[in-house]
Write a protein that binds this ligand. Structure first.
Ligand code: SAH
Length: 212
């Protein structure tokens, strides 16, 4: 997701109490930041954060951290959170590649990847958030029973993601190439902004849940 550069978005982000500025210093101390020992779920590439905040509203017993690299997009999330003031939501503006510098071993209970950038060129495969390189990073921060949940309407990216699972040492728990017509996997599904947009024009939504 890219929005036109919004003037002052960096400054607004720096001033927001919902954005963790010194996020590397937070490593190993996220529970202290939230002031409780609830599980921590993160969404990497949260866009404007609609999914994250809907989930946080439904699950006050879970802490959510949204990661987004673009200031202009994140700003929309911050504005929403300033209205909602959910106590269990925080944001980080960062490039996800450095995720292991931000969360310690076993600090994260679940990772959501929703409508990740496809990086269609082969030479950019390592940048895909579902690549074995990224799965290795997730392995370092997730609790042993933790899962990664991924949704997309991009069939090529989904096929790639499925093929990365085993070589990376992960296992498939559930997957579907048509989530909205899979009663079991769709139960309790919370739609993301992109999911709503792409499913409304008829694109089937793919989803997997993986574990180690
Ligand atoms: N999850 C949202 C937005 C999907 S668009 C939804 O489903 O509606 C993908 C978002 O991920 C974009 O906003 C993009 O800036 C962000 N993103 C992609 N790669 C990223 C990375 N490596 N680190 C941080 N954010 C990333």
């Amino acid at each position: 997701m890219r929005l036109r550069n919004i003037k002052g978005s960096r400054e607004n982000i720096q001033a927001s109490k919902y954005v963790v500025q010194e996020y590397r210093e937070q490593k190993g101390k996220w529970r202290e930041l939230f002031g409780n020992d609830h599980p921590i779920h993160i969404e990497i590439g949260m866009g404007k954060g609609r999914f994250l905040m809907d989930m946080a509203t439904l699950h006050p017993e879970i802490n959510y951290v949204g990661i987004e690299k673009y200031s202009s997009v994140l700003l929309r999330g911050i504005q929403k959170q300033e209205e909602l003031q959910l106590p269990n939501v925080m944001f980080i503006r960062m490039e996800a590649e450095y995720i292991t510098e931000v969360f310690a071993k076993d600090e994260v209970d679940r990772i959501y990847l929703n409508f990740s950038d496809p990086w269609p060129k082969d030479r950019h495969a390592k940048r895909r958030l579902e690549s074995r390189e990224f799965l290795k990073r997730y392995n370092e921060i997730l609790v042993p029973e933790g899962v990664v949940e991924f949704k997309t309407d991009n069939m090529d990216l989904f096929e790639f993601a499925l093929e990365e699972v085993e070589p990376a040492g992960w296992k498939l728990r559930q997957w579907t190439k048509d989530l909205h017509h899979d009663p079991k996997m769709n139960a309790g599904n919370v739609m993301t902004e992109y999911e709503e947009r792409f499913s409304s024009v008829g694109n089937p939504i793919c989803k997997y849940v993986i574990y180690r």
